[in-house]
Design a protein around this ligand. Structure first.
Ligand code: NAD
Ligand code: DAU
Length: 351
């Protein structure tokens, strides 16, 4: 029986990873460790929270003493580390928070792993979930990121993720910790916090609010269905060699403005609006500072070595995503009003 601590399991991708592991591996004990920041929401896990192999622990990875105690009491076999500050725009207005959680929080987990797993690294695993943004930006038509592309982060967010990747590799190389890293492209799907482009646009279109498009909308992102990311993490966690890195991506590049027009078309159809109605909400706004032009992932190593491929076409995935948001109004209302935070803070204050 494996005991796995999944950090950041109340967030967007983390909740899909927790759900997948809880449902797929009834013999594993899954502990979801999350601080429940604005981005963490236990409503994301309502469907599995009663399962016998799942537990939630509220805690902050920046608190080294807490992390040390957690390792001492739980004796985990593995960490799948997703907890992070994840929004680029927030990193521009408050970089220090990103250093604390993404860099120091990761180092705290590595220190606990080093201490409690000493002498048994071969039976343990530290899986760090990272991003393609560490590689910087590509020109419009020039290649893709591979696992050997040099790091060149531009935003405080990507600099903090690059730094945490370096620490994970350093702990593997220096102390022999069994560590693996994956760098994934932009995810989309259910439970995505509506500060990110796709859920923000869905929310605004639904409510007849403007859709803010940064700059000329020409930046390109490579979109992956979040459940395909969770499946890739499962495959890499179980099959990758210690010290290895895998890129994960959808081979699915979209200019922001083209994506927004597609979304507007889908929303017009779903909401019974005249064709072109939602697109009237598109509003060009000041560009993001240091806005990376293009991301594109070469995920051939993952396909060739471990047999993983994306399962969904983007148009189908986007349609499913819109359906999820339209039929989960309560989730969207709670999240946009911040009610969930007050509710869960109160629940934990009572304990
Ligand atoms: P998210 O912002 O939705 O969720 C982050 C979670 O981490 C939240 O539940 C939050 O409460 C928790 N958290 C934050 N600070 C914490 C702390 N100090 N201690 C404990 N928990 C804390 O993020 P996401 O989009 O699900 O991303 C998850 C991970 O995947 C991140 O590491 C991110 O860098 C990486 N990633 C994201 C994407 C993407 O497209 N969203 C793509 C590639 C990689
Ligand atoms: O590439 C992986 C990364 O993808 C992850 O590591 C990050 O955690 C995740 O947030 C995401 O980063 P992006 O900055 O690419 O995602 P975001 O949804 O914020 O923006 C997507 C694109 O849309 C980007 O080019 C900026 C643009 N944008 C974004 C918002 C929020 C807009 O034009 N308008 C907006 O309102």
């Amino acid at each position: 029986m494996k005991k796995i601590i999944i950090t950041g399991g109340a967030g967007f991708i983390g909740s899909h990873v927790v759900r997948r592991f809880v449902n797929t591996y009834p013999d594993y004990q899954i502990i979801n460790l999350d601080k429940l920041t604005y981005a963490g929401n236990l409503m994301n896990l309502k469907d599995i929270e009663q399962q016998a192999n799942y537990r939630f622990v509220k805690g902050d990875i920046v608190d080294a003493a807490f992390i040390d105690e957690l390792f001492a009491s739980e004796q985990p076999d593995a960490i799948i580390h997703l907890a992070a500050e994840s929004h680029v725009d927030r990193s521009i207005s408050n970089p220090t928070e990103f250093v604390m959680t993404n860099v120091l929080g990761t180092v705290n987990l590595l220190n606990a792993a080093r201490k409690y797993w000493a002498g048994q690294y071969a039976d343990k695993r530290f899986y760090h979930v990272s991003t393609d943004e560490v590689y910087g930006a590509l020109a419009m038509d020039s290649g893709m990121f591979t696992e050997t592309t040099s790091y060149d982060p531009h935003s405080p967010y990507s600099a903090s993720k690059a730094s945490s990747d370096h620490f994970v590799r350093a702990y593997h190389d220096t102390y022999g910790i069994d560590a693996v890293i994956s760098n994934c492209s932009n995810n989309y799907g259910s439970h995505h916090f509506p500060e990110k482009l796709i859920p923000l646009a869905i929310h605004n279109i639904k409510n007849n609010k403007s859709i803010p498009v940064y700059g000329k909308g020409e930046n390109i992102r490579d979109w992956l269905w979040v459940e395909d990311h969770a499946r890739a993490i499962d495959v890499i966690f179980h099959q990758a060699k210690a010290g290895s890195t895998y890129n994960i991506g959808g081979h699915n590049e979209w200019k922001n403005i083209d994506l927004i027009y597609l979304l507007c078309q889908i929303m017009d159809r779903k909401l019974g609006r005249a064709a072109g109605e939602s697109a009237k909400l598109i509003t060009y706004v000041t560009d993001r500072a240091g806005h990376d032009l293009r991301y594109a992932i070469d995920a051939s190593k993952l396909k060739n070595e471990l047999g993983w491929e994306p399962s969904l076409q983007f148009e189908e995935g986007l349609e499913k995503t819109v359906d999820w948001y339209l039929s989960n109004e309560e989730w969207l209302n709670e999240v946009t009003s911040g009610h969930y935070q007050a509710y869960y803070q109160e629940q934990y204050a009572k304990r």
